[in-house]
Design a protein around this ligand. Structure first.
Ligand SMILES: Cc1cc2nc3c(=O)[nH]c(=O)nc-3n(C[C@H](O)[C@H](O)[C@H](O)COP(=O)(O)OP(=O)(O)OC[C@H]3O[C@@H](n4cnc5c(N)ncnc54)[C@H](O)[C@@H]3O)c2cc1C
Length: 477
């Protein structure tokens, strides 16, 4: 009976980033006769997954890879019948104190298992401090006890390990500040070690040996054609299943439907004109500030919790050099930059080296990208494109130690409010929001602000939210 009812449901998905597209895919595959509509404010779907044509080839200008040790993206590509590609594997490099140094093997988010192996990054006194590890204890009787990653590591191993190793690694994921990001939410293995009283160096050794003992398996991957091609592939698959995808459609209001049957009224702005829709179930897959606004009247507690989540803004500048530039790059796939050195860029990726598929697709070009800006440190984004690109190139040349030829083409992609910050207490905040939403049948929240910013986590959260929205929707009158 219930299954029969579900097959005729109308489901609205607000936001067409990876979270919304996967929520739509999940509903349309698990309940094939459901009518699903996706709304996205932009002219194209994909959100932070995006490609632009630079020097004649489509190149990722947002997210580029997914953690392959998690099953979600692997499974999604299998369902879509899409092949995967994988990056070259080189140790991460850091541009620290003016030279490019490899991150030593055996680290957990930059925490060394052997501080002596970090001698290229730390000076003698810093190595000695890290080697003299101090115990850090959390209040074990408080299940919500949390500590910032930076504070935990600083207390245990000294500030240099935070500034020169952990900060750039965490920055690569969150574009945030190690001393503000939640250990519990951002580095669960570190949190478990703190709660168990395990030395952090030992936790790093355990985490890295768990990875290297399965060495043959890929660590990262992307769909063939690059991560930014995934939205279009999903879009095609959704089209084939009859899912309606509305772009240029900004959802402005969400409230209980007033009609005779239970459900949700969604107000959509299309080219300045309001468009009303009614759905039995709705998944909100928008960034937290938008979700908070849409929930403000319906679930004020959830809205308040989500509104507390801050975002980092950043830009990705992609340079298309002549292919000969590949010979001028050091061996590796790029480097991260400790903010303590005061550089403008926070990372660089040698995209054509890192991704063999890109080198094959564009043999005439060497693509290199840099990222700039992080949480509350994004004034550079107010500069014009040329100034941003010039600042990025100057740092890149400085790091490499030699000038580079003028790029054939370049592209600046600004990501305003691009990455949610999992600040101290993040998990408790999300729990508060989800508890408040539990009273609203047929409504669920997905998106990068909830249970992980990485693409695999977004996929998992989206599927769970889609299930919750559909199965909790009120029966029709
Ligand atoms: C520069 C950058 C690089 C990254 N690199 C990686 C990486 O390599 N690997 C990785 O795993 N993760 C990476 N991430 C993180 C990951 O890409 C994101 O967390 C994830 O893509 C977010 O997906 P989402 O669908 O939750 O949100 P978004 O991609 O933000 O999608 C939300 C969508 O909602 C739409 N929207 C907003 N308001 C409305 C409204 N009112 N009505 C309708 N639609 C609306 C937006 O247009 C947008 O399309 C990166 C993030 C950034 C910014």
């Amino acid at each position: 009976m219930r299954g029969e009812m579900l097959d005729h449901m109308k489901v609205g998905i607000i936001g067409g980033g990876i979270s919304g597209l996967v929520a739509a895919w999940h509903v349309s595959t698990t309940h094939p006769d459901t009518q699903v509509t996706v709304f996205d404010a932009n002219e194209r779907v994909g959100g932070k997954l995006r490609q632009e044509v630079i020097a004649g080839h489509a190149v990722d200008v947002g997210a580029e890879s997914a953690l392959w040790r998690r099953p979600e993206v692997v499974a999604l590509l299998a369902e879509l019948g899409v092949d995967s590609v994988h990056p070259q594997r080189f140790p991460a490099m850091l541009w620290s104190r003016g030279s490019l140094e490899a991150l030593p093997a055996g680290t957990l988010m930059g925490i060394p298992s052997d501080p002596h192996a970090a001698a290229g990054l730390l000076d003698d006194a810093e190595v000695a401090r890290a080697a003299d590890e101090r115990a850090v204890s959390l209040t074990l009787d408080d299940a919500d006890a949390d500590i910032s990653v930076g504070d935990a590591v600083e207390r245990a191993l000294g500030s240099a390990v935070v500034d020169r190793m952990v900060e750039p690694l965490l920055g690569g994921v969150y574009a945030g500040h190690a001393r503000e990001l939640s250990t519990r939410a951002c580095v669960p293995a570190l949190y478990a070690a703190l709660r168990a009283g395990t030395p952090l160096t030992q936790a790093a050794a355990a985490a890295s040996s768990a990875v290297s003992s399965n060495d043959a398996r890929q660590v990262f991957g992307a769909p063939a054609g690059g991560m930014g091609s995934l939205p279009e592939k999903l879009r095609e698959a959704l089209d084939a299943r009859g899912v309606a995808i509305r772009t240029g459609a900004t959802v402005t209001d969400l409230r209980r439907a007033l009609a005779h049957r239970a459900g949700w009224h969604v107000e959509v702005d299309v080219e300045g004109l309001p468009e009303p829709h009614t759905f039995d179930a709705v998944v909100l897959a928008t960034p937290a500030p938008v979700t908070a606004r849409l929930l403000a009247d319906l679930a004020p507690e959830a809205a308040d919790a989500l509104a507390e989540i801050e975002y980092a803004s950043m830009a990705i500048v992609t340079y298309a050099f002549d292919s000969a530039v590949a010979q001028q790059l050091p061996q590796g796939t790029g480097f991260l930059v400790p903010p303590v050195d005061g550089r403008t860029i926070k990372a660089s990726t040698f995209s054509s080296i890192k991704w063999p598929w890109l080198a094959e697709a564009a043999p005439d070009v060497t693509y290199v990208r840099v990222s700039l800006g992080r949480h509350r440190d994004d004034a550079i984004l107010d500069e014009g494109d040329d100034a941003l690109a010039a600042a990025g190139l100057a740092d890149l040349e400085h790091a490499l130690g030699h000038p580079l030829p003028t790029p054939r083409d370049q592209h600046v992609q600004r990501w305003r409010d691009g990455l949610p910050q999992y600040a101290l207490g993040h998990l408790a905040r999300i729990e508060r929001a989800e508890d408040a939403l539990a009273d609203l049948p047929g409504l669920a929240v997905a998106g990068a602000a909830m249970h992980g910013v990485g693409i695999p986590a977004c996929v998992a959260t989206a599927r769970a939210a889609a299930d919750r929205a559909v199965t909790s929707s009120a029966p029709r009158a």
